[in-house]
Design a protein around this ligand. Structure first.
Ligand code: FAD
Ligand code: SF4
Length: 515
């Protein structure tokens, strides 16, 4: 029975009918999974630490686990290679696994099983509330897919936040209007940091291994404190529901310097590795609302992320792969700026978001969408390069969830499948939602001049470059109309500055200091 690094669920369908007397688990740590994109140290460490804890838990149950470590001298360092080696040694009659979370891995394992002449039974992933077939049925016959309709269907089907008549609790499906708060000048209200999980002996061993073996990879491990077992993930959930969920909705879009967690759950990695069942998360949220501990807008906003967005992006991924990976609707062709891998740039918002990403393997949704994602979009970076960065740097990155969010939602590379319009804005959006601009040498109101905010320059440049395409999109009408107000001289100056930014590696040339 094959267990991949993001399938650490002892209740998964792969275990149905598992007979400890005859069956064995197979797990392999392989370097190629950390190098096919330049994975950050926190991401590699989290996967390996969680896998090793799962191995121990299974062995404690008396199950045979054939586990290949990264350091094993005979390790071929690919999943297909390790499967072939294990089959030669263990001579199984058949292989069983749950659907992989990554099209590339599924293809490789299926091809290898076929080459080895072994039947491979791939079972549905019960972790998700919507099967791939159910999503296909939802998509069938629709001209356009929209998360909101999918989400309402899921609410009805699974009975979350409904009143006695089956209508949405509070009379509406969506309370987004109440969920767009910023912190104003005062900053975030007092809040405790999330519960931390200091590395135990197994994790410490992994951290040392990753530091040594992947020394040149981005990110660092000093702050590693992610939950790596189901009981830890459960504690993380309880901590979130008690301390941060009540204000999750109101502040879910807000940012503040040096405040990576704010009121977010930081549960994505635990769920994506399958240490935590989304149903448990959804029920805990609804329960907190019914007990009057959490306002409806916060509970609904959070449930929408998990029952709506999370399930929806998985549906999109499997519906459109493998061609989705190749999409580039806006013909973007720039390289990713080298400083995305270091955070060494003058833009305060980007420095903060990239810095914490490398330090922690984490940034919240608006940092990913409206800071790092927005900048790559308006700069015109090729979506494949952006995808490779996101897949590498976040601890929760698995392709089924990362790719539609990056290529689709944030880069509009799918031309409107994930989002009905590109998420483009000037630096004023970041100014409204954070304190970054007060700590930055650039001015978000300016599009030209030495102190012009690069987001603002590139926003107008993006609209000019794509005016023809965007003019046909109703939802962009206002933005395109505003573009019409720019005179030829202003347009030329914006273009010139945008070209200079690109020529200088994706950021305005730094001011020279004369000694
Ligand atoms: P919270 O803000 O507390 O949200 C709660 C949960 O809702 C998350 O844990 C997550 O499971 C789910 N969720 C929220 N938004 C989304 C979404 N858009 N898609 C899927 N699930 C969602 N999420 C990943 O899990 N892995 C990724 O690799 C990933 N890459 C992203 C790349 C980009 C460019 C963008 C814009 C978003 C990406 N997301 C990804 C979605 C989202 O940003 C993260 O799930 C979230 O920031 C994780 O932090 P949290 O657990 O504190 O989330
Ligand atoms: Fe970011 Fe522009 Fe604000 Fe600087 S001025 S923090 S670059 S949005």
């Amino acid at each position: 029975m094959l267990v991949l690094g993001d399938q650490l669920d002892a209740e998964s369908a792969a275990f149905d009918g598992f007979d400890a007397a005859h069956d064995a688990l197979w797990m392999a740590e392989v370097a190629s999974e950390s190098t096919h994109v330049w994975s950050s140290k926190p991401r590699i460490a989290l996967f390996l630490a969680a896998m090793r804890h799962f191995r121990e838990a299974q062995r404690a149950l008396g199950r045979r686990v054939h586990y290949v470590t990264l350091e094993d001298a005979a390790n071929t360092q690919t999943l297909a290679g390790e499967l072939a080696r294990a089959v030669a040694e263990l001579r199984p009659a058949r292989l069983v696994m749950v659907e992989a979370g990554d099209w590339r891995v599924a293809e490789a394992l299926e091809a290898q099983a076929a080459a080895l002449g072994l039947p491979l039974e791939v079972r549905g992933d019960r972790h998700f509330l919507c099967t791939r077939e159910e999503f296909r049925a939802h998509a069938r016959g629709r001209k356009q897919l929209r998360m909101e309709f999918f989400y309402r269907e899921m609410r009805r089907r699974h009975g979350f936040l409904l009143d006695a008549d089956g209508a949405p609790e509070g009379g509406a499906w969506n309370f987004d209007e109440e969920n767009r708060g910023s912190f104003g000048k005062a900053g975030p209200p007092p809040h405790a940091p999330p519960v931390a999980f200091p590395p135990d002996a197994i994790t410490r061993e992994v951290l040392a291994l990753v530091d040594a073996r992947f020394a040149g990879h981005p990110g660092d491990l000093a702050a590693f404190d992610w939950p790596v077992t189901p009981p830890e993930a459960q504690r993380a959930l309880e901590d979130f529901v008690t301390h941060r969920l009540p204000r999750f909705g109101l502040f879910q879009d807000a940012m503040w310097h040096d405040e990576p967690w704010l009121f977010h759950s930081r549960l994505s990695a635990a769920m994506n590795l399958k240490l935590l069942d989304p149903r448990v998360v959804l029920h805990a949220t609804e329960r907190a609302f019914r007990q009057g501990r959490v306002p409806l807008a916060a509970a609904e906003g959070f449930i929408r992320q998990i029952l709506g967005w999370r399930e929806y992006v998985r549906g999109i991924y499997w519906h459109f792969m493998p061609r989705y990976l190749e999409l580039n609707a806006m013909a973007a062709a720039e390289a990713l700026p080298a400083w995305y891998w270091t955070g060494d740039c003058e833009m305060a918002c980007l420095r903060d978001a990239i810095g914490q990403t490398l330090r922690l393997g984490y940034a919240h949704h608006i940092q990913r969408l409206m800071v790092t994602g927005l900048y790559a979009l308006v700069l015109g970076v090729h979506p494949r390069r952006v995808h490779e960065w996101y897949l590498a740097v976040y601890v929760d990155a698995v392709e089924w969830v990362e790719l539609p969010n990056t290529l689709g939602m944030s880069q509009y590379g799918d031309g409107g499948v994930m989002a009905s319009k590109p998420y483009v804005a000037t630096g004023k959006y970041i100014q409204r939602m954070s304190d970054h601009c007060t700590r930055c040498r650039f001015d978000p109101a300016k599009a030209t001049g030495d102190d012009a905010c690069p987001f603002t320059t590139l926003y107008w440049d993006y609209l000019m470059r794509h005016e023809g395409t965007l003019a046909g999109n109703q939802r962009m009408a206002l933005q395109v109309r505003n573009l019409g107000r720019l005179g030829p001289a202003e347009r030329a100056a914006i273009s010139q500055r945008a070209t200079a930014i690109r020529a200088a590696g994706g950021a305005p040339p730094r001011a020279l200091t004369l000694l």
